[in-house]
Write a protein that binds this ligand. Structure first.
Ligand SMILES: [Zn+2]
Length: 296
């Protein structure tokens, strides 16, 4: 385990315990989340180091054991995912000054569905993915260019769009990674970062059972305030926020499972709807938020 001794955002060394929560998906172990006394940033502390984290990603709970219900759930998930990819591309296109000849870098591209969607739209794109099996799937299924994380250190390319969809909260070398991103961004480029938001109604409702704490895989727990402070430190200014409207449903579904011991679809839909409604249209109150940053 690795102890954090200074706040990754502001460097302060004084923290308080914010919450203890359980890894419901894999280990069933309890982890502590600290809050920085100076800037309020939340981070899992201590945390498994880079060499120890691997086993915490080995979960068969999501996809195996197919049955009719799960088949239906997976089908719905795929339909929503494809719709969401279209919405993401639309959002990014609206934020770009130049609409053609776009160079994209998708960091943490997983099995490559978003990247493949962008290439279909005529963009140039490459992906970076630490998991070898996911990389191979992206390459084989969609004929993508996907590299391991060394690419970020070695490439001489500059990118108009750099995306991290639910990725930044998993990165051990947070500040080093953001320095790399800043250096790889073209002068008019945009960085798109989607992360869970614990300043949301579904987090308030489920407390320690909120699925998006996802310890110890989530090393950091961002709010709009803390992510903006972190990015300013790296010379990147906040330009725009957008809601992720489906995340509240998915997070509520998992959270009901953790809290009550079984999945309650009706309750999850109700919680998700109430969470989205309670935002009153403020994107920075949603369960997950998409942030856009540019060079200062
Ligand atoms: Zn701090």
């Amino acid at each position: 385990m690795e102890q954090i001794n200074s706040c990754p955002v502001c460097g302060t060394t004084k923290f308080s315990i914010y919450l203890e929560c359980t890894d419901y998906t894999v280990s069933q172990k309890t982890f502590k989340i600290d809050q920085c006394d100076a800037c309020d940033f939340l981070f899992t502390n201590p945390r498994p180091n880079k060499n120890e984290i691997g086993p915490y990603y080995q979960s068969s709970a999501y996809i195996s054991h197919t049955n009719a219900k799960k088949g239906l759930f997976n089908k719905a998930y795929q339909i929503i995912r494809n719709y969401a990819i279209g919405q993401k591309i639309k959002l990014i296109t609206g934020l770009l000054k130049r609409k053609s000849d776009i160079k994209l870098l998708d960091i943490g591209c997983g099995t490559g569905e978003f990247l493949a969607g962008c290439i279909k739209k005529g963009w140039n794109g490459v992906g970076v993915e630490p998991s070898e099996s996911a990389r191979v799937q992206g390459i084989e299924n969609y004929n993508l260019s996907v590299f391991d994380e060394n690419f970020l250190k070695t490439t001489k390319d500059r990118f108009d769009v750099i995306t991290l969809w639910h990725v930044l909260e998993h990165v051990h070398d947070l500040n080093e990674r953001l320095d790399q991103i800043k250096a790889l961004l073209s002068s008019e480029g945009i960085v798109i970062i989607a992360v869970p938001n614990n300043d949301s109604a579904d987090c308030n409702e489920y407390g320690g059972s909120w699925a998006a704490w996802d310890v110890p895989r989530h090393l950091y727990h961002f709010t709009p305030k803390t992510i903006k402070e972190l990015m300013v430190k790296h010379g990147l200014r906040h330009a725009y926020s957008a809601p992720m409207v489906f995340d509240s449903y998915y997070v509520s579904l998992l959270s009901t499972h953790y809290k009550y011991g079984k999945k309650n679809y009706l309750k999850a839909i109700k919680s998700g709807m109430l969470s989205n409604q309670s935002t009153k249209g403020n994107p920075e109150k949603y369960s997950s938020v998409i942030y856009c940053f540019k060079h200062e």
